[in-house]
Design a protein around this ligand. Structure first.
Ligand code: 48F
Length: 266
Protein backbone atom coordinates (compact mmCIF):
# COMPACT_ATOMS: atom_id res chain seq x y z
CA UNK A 1 0.00 0.00 0.00
CA UNK A 2 1.30 3.48 -0.93
CA UNK A 3 1.66 5.69 2.15
CA UNK A 4 -0.52 8.84 2.05
CA UNK A 5 0.60 12.28 3.19
CA UNK A 6 -1.14 13.77 6.26
CA UNK A 7 -4.29 15.78 5.47
CA UNK A 8 -2.75 19.22 6.08
CA UNK A 9 -3.82 22.18 3.93
CA UNK A 10 -2.51 25.54 2.76
CA UNK A 11 -3.51 27.58 5.80
CA UNK A 12 -1.81 25.17 8.19
CA UNK A 13 1.40 25.29 6.14
CA UNK A 14 1.40 29.10 6.07
CA UNK A 15 0.55 29.32 9.78
CA UNK A 16 3.37 26.92 10.66
CA UNK A 17 5.99 28.92 8.74
CA UNK A 18 4.84 32.32 10.00
CA UNK A 19 4.41 31.39 13.64
CA UNK A 20 7.72 29.52 13.86
CA UNK A 21 9.53 32.39 12.14
CA UNK A 22 8.04 35.01 14.44
CA UNK A 23 8.66 32.91 17.55
CA UNK A 24 12.35 32.58 16.68
CA UNK A 25 12.65 36.22 15.61
CA UNK A 26 11.22 37.41 18.93
CA UNK A 27 13.55 35.13 20.84
CA UNK A 28 16.57 36.52 18.97
CA UNK A 29 15.70 40.19 19.38
CA UNK A 30 18.30 39.87 22.13
CA UNK A 31 21.24 37.47 22.09
CA UNK A 32 24.76 36.96 23.43
CA UNK A 33 26.41 37.36 20.05
CA UNK A 34 25.31 38.50 16.62
CA UNK A 35 27.70 37.52 13.86
CA UNK A 36 27.37 39.49 10.64
CA UNK A 37 28.37 37.23 7.74
CA UNK A 38 27.87 33.49 7.35
CA UNK A 39 31.16 32.64 5.63
CA UNK A 40 33.74 30.19 7.04
CA UNK A 41 34.98 32.50 9.82
CA UNK A 42 31.48 33.46 10.97
CA UNK A 43 30.24 29.88 10.89
CA UNK A 44 33.21 28.61 12.85
CA UNK A 45 32.89 31.34 15.49
CA UNK A 46 29.14 30.80 15.78
CA UNK A 47 29.54 27.05 16.08
CA UNK A 48 32.06 27.31 18.91
CA UNK A 49 30.09 29.94 20.80
CA UNK A 50 26.87 27.95 20.51
CA UNK A 51 28.72 24.82 21.67
CA UNK A 52 29.75 26.79 24.74
CA UNK A 53 26.04 27.39 25.44
CA UNK A 54 25.78 30.95 24.08
CA UNK A 55 22.83 32.33 22.13
CA UNK A 56 24.12 33.14 18.65
CA UNK A 57 22.47 34.63 15.58
CA UNK A 58 24.22 34.84 12.20
CA UNK A 59 22.94 37.64 9.96
CA UNK A 60 23.54 36.85 6.28
CA UNK A 61 22.53 38.99 3.32
CA UNK A 62 22.36 36.07 0.90
CA UNK A 63 19.80 33.30 0.86
CA UNK A 64 22.61 30.75 1.02
CA UNK A 65 25.03 30.45 3.92
CA UNK A 66 28.75 29.69 3.44
CA UNK A 67 30.23 32.83 1.86
CA UNK A 68 33.32 32.05 -0.20
CA UNK A 69 33.79 28.54 1.20
CA UNK A 70 31.84 26.74 -1.55
CA UNK A 71 34.46 27.58 -4.15
CA UNK A 72 38.24 27.64 -3.85
CA UNK A 73 39.12 30.29 -6.39
CA UNK A 74 38.62 31.08 -10.06
CA UNK A 75 35.26 29.19 -9.91
CA UNK A 76 37.02 25.89 -9.06
CA UNK A 77 35.27 24.02 -6.28
CA UNK A 78 38.30 22.63 -4.45
CA UNK A 79 39.33 24.44 -1.27
CA UNK A 80 42.85 24.49 0.18
CA UNK A 81 43.83 24.47 3.83
CA UNK A 82 47.36 24.74 5.21
CA UNK A 83 48.61 22.85 8.23
CA UNK A 84 47.68 23.04 11.15
CA UNK A 85 44.06 23.87 10.22
CA UNK A 86 43.33 20.31 9.06
CA UNK A 87 42.60 19.76 12.76
CA UNK A 88 39.24 21.48 12.09
CA UNK A 89 38.59 19.31 9.03
CA UNK A 90 39.20 16.21 11.16
CA UNK A 91 36.89 17.54 13.85
CA UNK A 92 34.10 18.22 11.34
CA UNK A 93 34.60 14.95 9.47
CA UNK A 94 35.57 16.65 6.20
CA UNK A 95 37.62 14.36 3.92
CA UNK A 96 40.78 15.87 2.39
CA UNK A 97 43.92 14.97 0.51
CA UNK A 98 47.46 16.13 1.31
CA UNK A 99 48.82 17.32 -2.04
CA UNK A 100 52.19 18.53 -0.76
CA UNK A 101 53.45 18.49 2.84
CA UNK A 102 51.31 20.92 4.82
CA UNK A 103 48.86 21.68 1.98
CA UNK A 104 45.49 19.94 2.05
CA UNK A 105 42.68 20.01 -0.53
CA UNK A 106 39.00 19.31 0.17
CA UNK A 107 35.82 19.44 -1.92
CA UNK A 108 34.20 22.86 -1.43
CA UNK A 109 30.60 21.58 -1.28
CA UNK A 110 31.54 18.85 1.21
CA UNK A 111 33.60 21.16 3.43
CA UNK A 112 31.09 24.01 3.38
CA UNK A 113 28.00 21.87 3.97
CA UNK A 114 29.63 20.06 6.90
CA UNK A 115 30.61 23.37 8.50
CA UNK A 116 27.08 24.74 8.07
CA UNK A 117 25.59 21.53 9.48
CA UNK A 118 27.93 21.68 12.46
CA UNK A 119 26.92 25.30 13.19
CA UNK A 120 23.23 24.32 12.97
CA UNK A 121 23.74 21.21 15.13
CA UNK A 122 25.44 23.36 17.75
CA UNK A 123 22.40 25.64 17.97
CA UNK A 124 23.31 28.66 15.82
CA UNK A 125 20.27 30.41 14.32
CA UNK A 126 20.27 32.32 11.04
CA UNK A 127 18.63 35.44 9.69
CA UNK A 128 19.25 34.96 5.97
CA UNK A 129 18.22 37.38 3.24
CA UNK A 130 18.93 39.94 5.94
CA UNK A 131 21.37 42.77 5.38
CA UNK A 132 23.38 44.50 8.07
CA UNK A 133 22.57 48.19 7.82
CA UNK A 134 24.09 49.82 10.89
CA UNK A 135 25.24 49.38 14.48
CA UNK A 136 23.52 50.09 17.77
CA UNK A 137 25.92 52.16 19.90
CA UNK A 138 25.28 52.69 23.60
CA UNK A 139 27.01 53.49 26.88
CA UNK A 140 29.82 55.76 25.71
CA UNK A 141 29.93 54.24 22.26
CA UNK A 142 29.87 50.56 23.14
CA UNK A 143 28.50 48.35 20.32
CA UNK A 144 25.26 46.83 21.59
CA UNK A 145 23.52 45.37 18.54
CA UNK A 146 22.79 45.69 14.83
CA UNK A 147 20.29 47.42 12.58
CA UNK A 148 18.98 45.12 9.85
CA UNK A 149 16.64 45.08 6.90
CA UNK A 150 15.48 42.56 4.31
CA UNK A 151 18.12 42.24 1.58
CA UNK A 152 15.64 42.85 -1.30
CA UNK A 153 14.85 46.28 0.15
CA UNK A 154 18.37 47.39 -0.72
CA UNK A 155 17.89 46.25 -4.33
CA UNK A 156 14.75 48.34 -4.91
CA UNK A 157 14.78 51.86 -6.45
CA UNK A 158 15.20 54.60 -3.82
CA UNK A 159 11.76 56.17 -4.44
CA UNK A 160 9.91 53.02 -3.32
CA UNK A 161 12.14 51.95 -0.47
CA UNK A 162 10.97 54.09 2.41
CA UNK A 163 11.18 51.00 4.59
CA UNK A 164 12.75 51.55 7.96
CA UNK A 165 15.03 48.84 9.32
CA UNK A 166 14.70 47.22 12.75
CA UNK A 167 17.34 46.63 15.43
CA UNK A 168 18.47 43.59 17.38
CA UNK A 169 20.41 43.81 20.63
CA UNK A 170 23.39 41.66 21.60
CA UNK A 171 26.24 41.80 24.10
CA UNK A 172 28.83 41.15 21.39
CA UNK A 173 28.79 41.78 17.63
CA UNK A 174 31.26 40.15 15.25
CA UNK A 175 32.28 41.48 11.86
CA UNK A 176 32.66 38.40 9.65
CA UNK A 177 31.70 40.16 6.41
CA UNK A 178 34.94 39.31 4.56
CA UNK A 179 37.00 41.81 2.54
CA UNK A 180 34.41 44.59 2.91
CA UNK A 181 34.53 44.73 6.74
CA UNK A 182 31.08 46.27 6.54
CA UNK A 183 30.47 46.46 10.28
CA UNK A 184 33.78 48.14 11.11
CA UNK A 185 33.16 50.54 8.22
CA UNK A 186 30.12 51.88 10.08
CA UNK A 187 32.43 52.97 12.90
CA UNK A 188 34.80 54.47 10.34
CA UNK A 189 31.95 56.50 8.78
CA UNK A 190 31.52 58.12 12.19
CA UNK A 191 35.22 58.78 12.70
CA UNK A 192 35.51 56.20 15.48
CA UNK A 193 38.09 54.02 13.77
CA UNK A 194 40.38 54.13 10.74
CA UNK A 195 40.69 51.05 8.53
CA UNK A 196 43.78 50.52 6.37
CA UNK A 197 42.41 48.36 3.53
CA UNK A 198 43.86 44.92 2.76
CA UNK A 199 47.29 44.59 1.21
CA UNK A 200 48.46 42.65 -1.83
CA UNK A 201 48.53 38.86 -1.72
CA UNK A 202 51.15 37.05 0.35
CA UNK A 203 49.83 33.68 1.46
CA UNK A 204 52.75 32.71 3.68
CA UNK A 205 52.47 35.85 5.76
CA UNK A 206 48.76 36.57 5.69
CA UNK A 207 47.29 33.58 7.50
CA UNK A 208 49.45 33.90 10.61
CA UNK A 209 48.80 37.65 10.76
CA UNK A 210 45.03 37.21 10.51
CA UNK A 211 45.08 34.98 13.59
CA UNK A 212 47.38 37.38 15.42
CA UNK A 213 45.13 40.40 14.74
CA UNK A 214 41.75 38.71 15.28
CA UNK A 215 40.15 40.47 18.23
CA UNK A 216 38.12 43.32 19.64
CA UNK A 217 38.44 46.49 17.53
CA UNK A 218 36.03 48.58 19.55
CA UNK A 219 34.19 47.84 22.79
CA UNK A 220 31.62 45.15 21.95
CA UNK A 221 32.86 44.55 18.38
CA UNK A 222 35.17 41.67 17.40
CA UNK A 223 36.59 41.34 13.91
CA UNK A 224 37.32 37.91 12.39
CA UNK A 225 38.23 36.36 9.02
CA UNK A 226 39.15 38.42 5.97
CA UNK A 227 37.70 41.55 7.56
CA UNK A 228 40.80 41.51 9.80
CA UNK A 229 43.05 42.15 6.77
CA UNK A 230 40.94 45.15 5.73
CA UNK A 231 40.92 46.69 9.18
CA UNK A 232 44.68 46.33 9.80
CA UNK A 233 46.11 46.54 6.26
CA UNK A 234 47.34 42.93 6.24
CA UNK A 235 48.15 41.04 3.04
CA UNK A 236 45.28 39.11 1.43
CA UNK A 237 45.67 35.36 1.28
CA UNK A 238 43.83 34.10 -1.78
CA UNK A 239 41.86 30.89 -1.87
CA UNK A 240 43.13 29.17 1.25
CA UNK A 241 40.86 28.85 4.23
CA UNK A 242 42.76 27.65 7.30
CA UNK A 243 43.03 31.15 8.76
CA UNK A 244 39.30 31.70 8.29
CA UNK A 245 38.48 28.63 10.37
CA UNK A 246 41.09 29.35 13.05
CA UNK A 247 40.23 33.06 13.19
CA UNK A 248 36.63 32.00 13.89
CA UNK A 249 37.88 29.82 16.73
CA UNK A 250 39.97 32.64 18.21
CA UNK A 251 37.09 35.11 17.80
CA UNK A 252 34.80 32.75 19.72
CA UNK A 253 37.34 32.42 22.56
CA UNK A 254 37.67 36.21 22.82
CA UNK A 255 33.87 36.60 22.75
CA UNK A 256 33.53 34.10 25.59
CA UNK A 257 36.00 36.11 27.70
CA UNK A 258 34.17 39.36 26.93
CA UNK A 259 30.79 37.83 27.72
CA UNK A 260 32.20 36.61 31.01
CA UNK A 261 33.54 40.11 31.83
CA UNK A 262 30.22 41.74 30.89
CA UNK A 263 28.26 39.30 33.06
CA UNK A 264 30.39 40.40 36.03
CA UNK A 265 29.75 44.12 35.33
CA UNK A 266 25.94 43.69 35.09
O1 48F B 1 33.56 36.45 2.26
P1 48F B 1 33.31 35.42 3.31
O2 48F B 1 33.48 34.00 2.96
O3 48F B 1 34.17 35.88 4.60
P2 48F B 1 35.23 35.12 5.53
O4 48F B 1 34.53 34.22 6.49
O5 48F B 1 36.06 34.19 4.53
C1 48F B 1 36.78 34.74 3.45
C2 48F B 1 37.01 33.66 2.41
O6 48F B 1 35.78 33.17 1.93
C3 48F B 1 37.83 34.13 1.19
C4 48F B 1 39.27 34.40 1.42
C5 48F B 1 40.11 33.68 2.37
O7 48F B 1 40.18 32.37 2.14
O8 48F B 1 39.78 35.25 0.78
O9 48F B 1 37.27 35.33 0.69
O10 48F B 1 36.11 36.18 6.07
O11 48F B 1 31.84 35.60 3.88
C6 48F B 1 31.35 36.86 4.25
C7 48F B 1 29.83 36.76 4.33
O12 48F B 1 29.32 37.99 4.82
C8 48F B 1 28.14 38.31 4.12
C9 48F B 1 28.43 37.81 2.69
O13 48F B 1 27.24 37.61 1.95
C10 48F B 1 29.18 36.51 2.96
O14 48F B 1 28.33 35.40 3.05
N1 48F B 1 27.93 39.75 4.19
C11 48F B 1 28.74 40.73 3.69
N2 48F B 1 28.20 41.93 3.94
C12 48F B 1 27.05 41.72 4.62
C13 48F B 1 26.87 40.33 4.79
C14 48F B 1 26.03 42.58 5.14
N3 48F B 1 26.08 43.91 5.01
N4 48F B 1 24.97 42.03 5.76
C15 48F B 1 24.88 40.68 5.91
N5 48F B 1 25.80 39.82 5.41
Amino acid sequence: MVEKFSPVGEKEVTRAIASEFVTQFLEYVESDCIIVGGGPSGLMAGRNLARAGKKVLIVERNNYIGGGFWIGGYLMNKVTIRHPAERVLDELGIPYKEVTPGLLVADGPHACSKLIASACDSGVKFANMTIFDDLVLKEDGRVAGVVINWTPISALPREITCVDPVALESTIVMDATGHDAQVVRKLEERGLIKTKGFGAMWVERSEDLVIEYTGEVHPGLIVIGMAVTTVYGLPRMGPTFGAMLLSGEVGAEIALEKLHERAKVK
